[in-house]
Design a protein around this ligand. Structure first.
Ligand code: DOR
Length: 440
């Protein structure tokens, strides 16, 4: 039997209400015992044969993170990312469950593609992969995809992410059908007629830069429509990458009214504004676009009051040639797997969220929304564990990313907080705790 004992780290697991020093015993990749010191419990005196013991005093022990919005690009765009490189980047970032969006080639709109992704993940992946199936065939917005077959093959949600479902009747049907499987429909909320090929947030800055703008209303209108459809159908709606104050307000009101809606945002929407586009910085081109200071403050407030349930990366890796070009031609997206946790920890250092709230948004809530039974350190759980030094200063270096996508506007940022090691199924992946290891 393989045994690993994690001793004395500060355990943060909101699912179980743990937030303090404790010990965790792992046997054959599964969590067997958890003792929280404040409850008078410990595994201090335990004598075990053939056990790897890690002294984690001074470090934080989190459930492996669940990133519910990732573009792994395979099949079809392997030059941008593969399941191998994307999951390697994920575990480097402390993420052990990756949900991948269907805008591949072919689109993941049928069970054959879903099975292909899952098999590839088993053969080449470094962590668990959960495919998200398309809502419409080819993401064309014209005909529903085979949602039932994709669910049976292993899809955990449905989305046309990258594109909105402009046809309200199709969105209604998707919300109705997905109810049968208990899986949410994830809305890429954008009225493409309003965004009209825009390249950045619409405002005085877009005017000055001479770049076509995307008004906030393009997002707000679709969030409101989808909330109305969720109310009509009783379906489960999840709003992806919320970027606007108006969107936040609509979601807050819907939640108050008891409509089944959850929401997510990404680090770039609570750390950056449209100013980052200055100088025609293509690494700051993303969809939805970076917005104003006012929007950023509204997003932070919504994270703090629980209106926004999830922080996801929206990891969107692109080839350097797709960013080293005119702003108008550049592909939108940010490579985010390796910065998700350190950037989210800034909310802790800035007093916006507690650590426990951050773990909720990075692990507990996404797992619950998708019914994954992950995101916890409870007894019996798969031992996916992220070890973090929350104060360790690091400078983000895009060139050092394991992801093929080096496209990030955070390159060169110095932040506090770093992943020291990731355990997947009880195994440490990087040797980051070598100095703290003894064997019994
Ligand atoms: O910026 C983005 N990039 N937004 C999306 O919705 C899609 C993504 C991509 O696939 O590159």
């Amino acid at each position: 039997m393989e045994r690993v004992l994690l001793k004395g780290g500060h355990i943060v697991d909101p699912f179980n209400g743990w937030d303090g020093p404790g010990d965790i015993l792992i046997e054959d990749g599964t969590i067997r015992e958890v003792k929280i010191h404040a409850r008078g419990d410990s595994l201090e005196g335990i004598r075990l044969e053939g056990c790897e013991v890690y002294d984690l005093r001074g470090l934080h022990v989190l459930p492996g993170l669940v990133d519910m919005h990732v573009h792994l690009r395979e099949p079809g765009f392997e030059y941008k990312e593969t399941i191998r490189t994307g999951t390697r980047a994920a575990v480097k970032g402390g993420i052990t469950s990756v949900c991948c969006m269907p805008n591949t080639s072919p689109v993941n709109d049928n069970d054959t593609v879903t099975r292909y992704i899952l098999q590839k993940a088993i053969l080449e992946g470094s962590c668990d992969v959960y495919p998200i199936g398309a809502i419409t065939k080819g993401q064309e917005g014209e005909e529903l995809a085979e949602m039932g077959l994709m669910y049976e093959a292993g899809c955990v949600a449905f989305s046309d992410d990258g594109r909105p479902v402009m046809n309200s009747l199709l969105m209604r049907r998707a919300l109705e059908y997905s109810k049968r499987f208990g899986k949410p429909v994830i809305s890429h909320a954008e009225d493409i007629n309003l965004s009209a090929g825009g390249l950045m947030n619409e405002g005085t800055l877009s005017l000055r830069l001479g770049l076509r703008g995307i008004p906030a209303e393009s997002e707000v209108i679709m969030i409101k429509r989808d909330i109305e459809l969720a109310a009509l159908t009783g379906g489960r709606l999840h709003i992806a990458h919320v970027s606007t104050e108006g969107g936040v307000k609509a979601i807050r009101e819907a939640k108050r009214a008891g409509i089944q809606v959850t929401a997510e945002t990404c680090p770039h929407y609570f750390l950056l504004t449209e100013e980052s586009v200055e100088g025609y910085n293509t690494n700051a081109k993303v969809n939805p676009p970076l917005r104003t200071e006012r929007d950023l403050m509204a997003i932070r407030e919504a994270l703090a009051d629980g209106t926004i349930d999830v922080i996801a990366s929206d990891h969107a890796p692109h080839h350097r040639d797709e960013k080293n070009c005119e702003f108008e031609l550049a592909a939108p997206g940010i490579s985010g797997l390796e910065t998700l946790l350190p950037l989210s920890l800034q909310l802790f250092h800035q007093g916006v969220l507690s650590l426990s709230e951050i773990v909720k948004k990075l692990a507990t809530n996404p797992s619950e929304i998708l019914s994954l039974r992950k995101g916890t350190l409870g007894i019996g759980a798969q031992a996916d564990i992220t070890i973090v030094d929350i104060n360790l200063e690091q400078t983000i270096k895009a060139e050092a990313f394991l992801s093929k996508g080096k496209n990030t506007p955070f390159d060169g940022w110095t932040v506090n907080g770093a992943v020291v090691e990731t355990f997947f199924r009880g195994r440490p992946l990087f040797g980051g705790l070598r100095d703290r290891l003894t064997r019994t």
